[in-house]
Design a protein around this ligand. Structure first.
Ligand code: AVI
Length: 346
């Protein structure tokens, strides 16, 4: 039987890099990760842009991951509760549409905790954790192996803001169709164009029976959004400012996070929450041999979080080549789960 190792090891050029592990350390593949020079270029270009911007993937160093976990515990951060309630209520119904013995591909898996309740219900044969944060992925794989000894658990460390290339998943997809699981409404952090590209690249990995199971945050009262992204305890503010520490490390910059104020606002025209850091005083920041002057009140954009109507997201799925689109939502109709497969050519 072909395993991921067969895919990995033949000679010739291959995008994956495999490093051997202690016997008890799960297999991990590195793919599509930008190196330090690329990250520096990306960050410097963002800081010199008008307005300045820092891509949100830089939130997630160890401290950023911990702060994001704390956000997920907040009363104000409704998406976690909405999704948990939806999955709790509809897991059985959703699972009836998912092929048995599937490869469960957990996109942005974190500690894997959102997948575990699904694996037994859908009878998955394989778990593929995918995340940019290697330490989390290692943790998820260890946990997955302990909980599901019969399920092969592998991990792919990748930046899937770059084109998705999961050949290990494709390799056995006929016998064990992939189910791409993308929870947490994280798709909202892509621009609509990047969302479309991402959906298209997932669609290309599906084969005939593969599925995408994805949660999407819906349209909400702006006051609720304001609280969710600017909570009373200041956890989101700390999460936002932490990105400057990451930039200091990556780019040898001299940002002083206390000189910036967290700001969250809802852009109705674009249907997105915008997170930014606003300079409190005019000052100059040095990085990578360059400088940028920030006027008092000037912003650095750190994140967009797009909110979709049911029809709006279904339309994107269709444009990306999906069909058989099934949908579940919470009582308020403001949080969505979609299950979709490749549209068959007639
Ligand atoms: C990860 N992502 C879905 C979160 C969101 O809601 O856009 C990130 C976040 N930013 C501030 N709070 C949470």
């Amino acid at each position: 039987m072909a395993t991921w190792r067969d895919v990995m090891l033949p000679g010739g050029k291959h995008p994956w890099h495999f490093f051997s592990q202690e016997p008890d350390i799960p297999a991990l593949l590195l793919a599509n990760r930008s190196g330090a020079p690329e990250r520096r270029r990306e960050l410097a270009a963002g800081l010199l842009a008008e307005p300045a911007m820092i891509p949100p993937k830089y939130f997630y160093d160890a401290q950023g991951c911990a702060l994001y976990q704390a956000i997920c515990q907040l009363d104000e951060y409704y998406p976690v509760r909405c999704e948990a309630a939806l999955f709790q209520q509809f897991r059985g119904a959703i699972a009836t549409h998912i092929p048995r013995r599937a490869q469960w591909v957990d996109l942005g898996c974190g500690d894997g905790g959102k997948s575990w309740p699904w694996l037994a219900v859908v009878g998955a044969s394989r778990y593929v954790g995918v995340d940019i944060a290697e330490e989390w992925l290692q943790m998820a794989l260890r946990d997955g192996r302990r909980r599901f000894p019969g399920v092969e658990c592998i991990g792919v460390v990748t930046d899937f803001t770059q084109p998705l290339d999961l050949r290990t998943v494709k390799a056995t997809s006929r016998k064990h169709p992939p189910v791409f699981f993308y929870p947490g409404s994280s798709i909202g952090n892509f621009s609509p164009v990047d969302t479309l590209h991402f959906l298209q690249s997932v669609q290309q990995h599906l084969g005939e029976q593969g599925q995408l199971l994805i949660s999407v945050d819906g349209l909400h009262d702006p006051a609720l959004l304001q609280q969710a992204y600017d909570d009373a305890l200041g956890v989101t503010a700390a999460f936002n400012r932490n990105i400057l520490r990451v930039v200091n490390r990556e780019l040898e910059a001299d940002f002083r996070p206390e000189r910036f104020r967290h700001q969250a606002s809802f852009n109705t025209d674009e249907s997105r929450v915008e997170l930014s850091l606003v300079a409190q005083e005019t000052h100059t920041v040095s990085f990578d041999g360059q400088q940028r002057r920030f006027e008092a009140g000037e912003s650095i954009i750190t994140e967009y979080s797009y909110k979709y109507s049911r029809a709006g997201f279904a339309a994107l799925l269709e444009v990306a080549g999906f069909g058989h689109i099934r949908h579940w939502q919470d009582e308020a109709g403001a949080y969505h789960v979609f299950l979709a497969s490749r549209r068959q050519l007639s």
